[in-house]
Design a protein around this ligand. Structure first.
Ligand SMILES: Cc1ncc(COP(=O)(O)O)c(C=O)c1O
Length: 429
């Protein structure tokens, strides 16, 4: 498989002196990469303030959680925000509020963290996978419409690795078929599409602040959107179904759960907003440097971004074409790159074959809710995800904290890949 025109390695890199680390040479990159998460002593007084207040839960509103909701909505340009216990609980809430119910179908990106599948299954609805566009690595809008049935209720585009999905055609399809759009923006804090932030592009949007995220609180999440009415319903659902704002429900309680954020989490998050903004700019700068370098290497294909979008690079991903590396398999390439002092991984695999979906569709509940024919056709349809398979088979990802390093460290990544390219035949042997 070849995507690229012939490109020339700098000949200076092809000599003996430049031996790959796996073959006994010296690693290109020496030393550590930035560690995550980071914290500052200056954050401690606000955490202690929460401790001493005795008001740790956000069940009655106000406090740090409410301050964070206002600050995060403002940061995104969204009308409102509801802070939650996690990204998963944000998604569970948003799907409930958009009316996803037992026996429904929800169209979702297959190339994502497993929670994007699970939240749909938790509603006893079927996660129906649209294909991934191998060039953008996000949902291919052209593959959505053929998957819509009379049970489809919502579309969940995932802005994976902080790269915005191509939202205009997705929203147009949703409008045409009267479907809701819930953005899974759990990896896309401050990512942009055509001048707007992810988190303001669908009916409701969900974020994660888990430990590895660009703005972490250990666990934590948020739902954002522009409809006060929908956000009132989210608040109610995440607070055990207590009526809230315009949402009065029926009687004292509607259906709901306890998916609230604590004030401790909010105190941590509030103090990281400026840091998120600064570090996003730095990640973008270093990612541009990396893309410029990688674009020159035969067999390395950086992502094609949807027009007018600005990613935030939770993972910096590219596709690897082994045929341009003398057939050096992707796992061998990853091993060689790690040996050069550049941590990297192969990203998500074809998780729909892992057993989770088989377990779900063979359960008593799903068998009651869907016909045997529908469940068989559903299972068979995984084979149609050719674009997603291509991404799963060829992706290589570099974790975002490495984009917080110095420009010289970024050049090391490029140099290490050139080195592997120059010695790929020997590395394969
Ligand atoms: C794309 C995506 N969706 C959903 C989630 C779930 O978020 P959380 O781990 O905060 O529950 C994550 C978190 O890793 C994610 O990356």
């Amino acid at each position: 498989m070849t995507w690229l025109g012939a490109r020339q390695a700098p000949t200076v890199l092809a000599g003996e002196a430049d031996k790959p680390a796996l073959l006994g040479g010296t690693p290109v990159h020496k030393g550590d990469w930035p560690k995550w998460p980071e914290w500052r002593e200056s954050w401690e007084p606000q955490i202690i303030e929460v401790l001493r207040s005795g008001k740790w839960s956000s069940s009655s509103g106000g406090g740090k959680a409410a301050d964070f909701e206002a600050a995060y909505a403002n940061l995104l340009g969204a009308k409102r925000c509801v802070a939650t216990a996690s990204g998963t609980t944000a998604l569970l809430t948003a799907l409930h509020v958009m009316g996803v119910d037992a026996g429904d179908e929800v169209i979702v990106s297959p190339y994502t963290f497993i929670a994007s599948y699970n939240v749909i299954l938790m509603h006893k609805a079927l996660p129906v996978f649209a294909d991934t566009d191998p060039t953008t690595m996000t949902i291919d809008p052209a593959s959505i419409e053929s998957r819509i049935t009379d049970r489809t209720r919502a579309i969940v585009p995932v802005h994976i690795y902080g790269m915005a999905c191509d939202m205009d055609p997705i929203n147009a399809i949703a409008k045409k078929h009267n479907l809701s759009v819930v953005e899974d923006a759990c990896q896309a804090w401050l990512a942009e599409y055509k001048g707007k932030k992810c988190g303001t592009l669908g009916d409701l949007s969900c974020f994660s602040f888990q430990n590895s995220k660009h703005i972490p609180a250990g666990e934590g999440g948020a739902i954002t959107g522009n409809s006060a009415e929908l956000l009132d319903r989210c608040w109610s659902f995440h607070n055990c179904g207590h009526s809230f704002g315009t949402f009065e429900g029926r009687g004292a309680f509607s259906r709901g759960s306890n998916y609230r954020m604590t004030h401790y989490q909010a105190a941590l998050l509030l103090q990281q907003i400026d840091k998120l903004v600064t570090e996003t700019a730095r990640r973008r700068e270093n990612a541009s440097r990396l893309t410029a370098g990688l674009n020159e290497i035969p067999g390395i294909e950086p992502v094609r971004l949807p027009e007018g979008s600005r990613p935030v690079w939770h993972v910096y991903a590219f596709r690897y074409d082994a045929s341009q590396f003398n057939g050096l398999a992707r796992n061998q390439f990853i091993r060689a790159l790690r040996a050069e002092g550049v941590p990297c991984s192969s990203g998500y695999h074809e998780q729909y074959y892992d057993g989770l979906l088989d377990e779900a569709i063979n359960s008593r509940g799903f068998k009651r809710l869907f016909s045997a024919e529908r469940l068989k056709a559903y299972r068979d349809s995984f084979q149609e995800l050719k674009g997603n398979k291509q991404v799963c088979d060829t992706n290589v990802g570099i974790f975002n904290t490495m984009l917080l390093a110095e420009p010289g460290d970024i050049d090391n990544i490029i140099e290490a890949i050139w080195r592997i390219h120059a010695h790929s035949a020997a590395l394969k042997a």
